[in-house]
Design a protein around this ligand. Structure first.
Ligand SMILES: [Zn+2]
Ligand SMILES: [Zn+2]
Length: 394
């Protein structure tokens, strides 16, 4: 059994533990997460819908007027940043702001592409291959989960220069502030090279054991080229009289190839998927949890009932044993006819019958000592006995 088989076996055991209670809880967690994402996406959709698409040339005047308005507005209104949606061309800041630095340092040099860019991201992706091992067979489920290739991506360098969004016809621009943004950038791949990794004795051993091993290394270079038309969605404010656009944490986009309408359509379809996904996951998890809780409750109830039964039975047996012992002691005082005497001690009355042979030939005390023998046998018929019961005559 390979390690993957063992992992799958463990996962399925955990999933079905306690009549599906664990998988029910996991699904409930997924449902809550889906609902959380749904709320995030639907509020983002509402905000993007409400945001007015503006021209970059109008930003300054809009911000100036809203700033003066803010003084009269309540605090709660002004706490929400101005969300703007602008579309413009990517330009290095040095191109529009001559005195910032000399224009040469305004672009990121790319070794593999002639296109001037403002963002350059180099990454390496290790491609792993999962061969069907000679020892263990890969199951259908595993290939479904792990796929043919496993990928491990590593960003090895990220360089950028300050850049702006500008309109072709006007000299107005808005500075893009990438600081603190975790949003994906609309980068385009400028260079790709797949390098194969030669196999070593160690990789052959890994293949034999069914372990994934790297077969290729994909070197990629992605750039944000100058002159690319993108849409920026974010908070806008004036800094030294220049509009700055910053990413908003509660909006899933910042810079994007999509137009505002495309973003709205994208968010709307995602909201619908998340809504129905949340309902589906919620009802399935409720069903499984209900079943599991019901089953576990019944199990616990049965166990509790059995325990109570056992306790009352034990209490009755203890009372009977005490009575028999007391009677045994009383027997020592009185005269008992020969036929009624215990065959072991010959002093007390026969009270205990052995199970399963049914012979009543011993007093309670002797029956207990016979029972405690290593291989308990009836003193009359030599049959192996399991226990003894006190017989009362009344
Ligand atoms: Zn006896
Ligand atoms: Zn017997």
């Amino acid at each position: 059994m390979s390690s993957n088989d063992r992992t799958l076996d463990l996962i399925s055991r955990i999933a079905f533990a306690s009549d599906g209670l664990v998988s029910g809880l996991a699904l409930a967690y997924l449902a809550v997460e889906t609902w959380r994402k749904y709320h995030f996406t639907s509020s983002a959709l509402r905000r993007v819908r409400r945001a007015q698409p503006v021209q970059i040339s109008d930003l300054r005047s809009i911000l100036a007027s809203s700033d003066s308005d803010d003084e009269h507005k309540s605090v709660s209104d002004s706490s929400l940043p101005n969300l703007v949606v602008v579309r413009g061309l990517v330009k290095p800041r040095s191109a529009v702001d001559g005195n910032w630095m000399n224009s040469k340092s305004g672009v990121v040099p790319s070794i593999n592409s002639d296109e001037p860019a403002v963002v350059l991201q180099k990454s390496q992706t290790y491609m792993y291959n999962l061969w069907t091992s000679f020892l263990g067979r890969r199951t259908g489920l595993q290939s479904l989960i792990f796929g043919r290739f496993l990928k491990e991506q590593k960003c090895i360098s990220f360089r950028m220069v300050p850049f702006v969004l500008a309109e072709n016809s006007h000299s107005d621009y808005a500075v893009i502030c990438l600081e603190g943004s975790k949003h994906a950038l609309p980068l385009i791949t400028s260079y790709q090279h797949l390098q194969s990794i030669p196999s070593s004795p160690y990789t052959i051993l890994q293949a034999f054991l069914g372990q994934p091993y790297p077969v290729g290394l994909l070197n990629e270079e992605k750039i944000l080229p100058i002159g690319k038309e993108v849409t920026a969605v974010g908070a806008c404010y004036l800094k030294d009289g220049i509009p700055q656009i910053e990413s908003c944490k509660d909006i899933p986009y910042f810079l994007s190839d999509m137009t505002k309408d495309q973003m709205e359509a994208d968010l709307a379809s995602e909201t619908t998927i998340l809504f129905w996904g949340g309902i589906f996951l919620g009802s399935v998890s409720l069903g499984i949890l209900g079943y599991a809780i019901n089953r576990n409750w019944r199990k616990w109830y049965d166990w509790w009932q059995q325990r109570r039964h056992r306790q009352s039975r034990n209490a009755a047996a203890a009372v009977a044993a005490a009575t028999a012992l007391a009677e045994d002691q009383a027997d020592e005082m009185e005269e008992i006819p020969d036929g009624q005497l215990c065959v072991v001690c010959l002093t007390r009355r026969r009270r205990s019958a052995f199970v399963p042979c049914g012979h009543r030939v011993c007093c309670h005390r002797c029956a207990l000592s016979v029972e405690r023998d290593l291989s308990p046998k009836c003193p009359i018929c030599r049959q192996t006995i399991r226990s003894s019961v006190i017989v009362f005559e009344s």
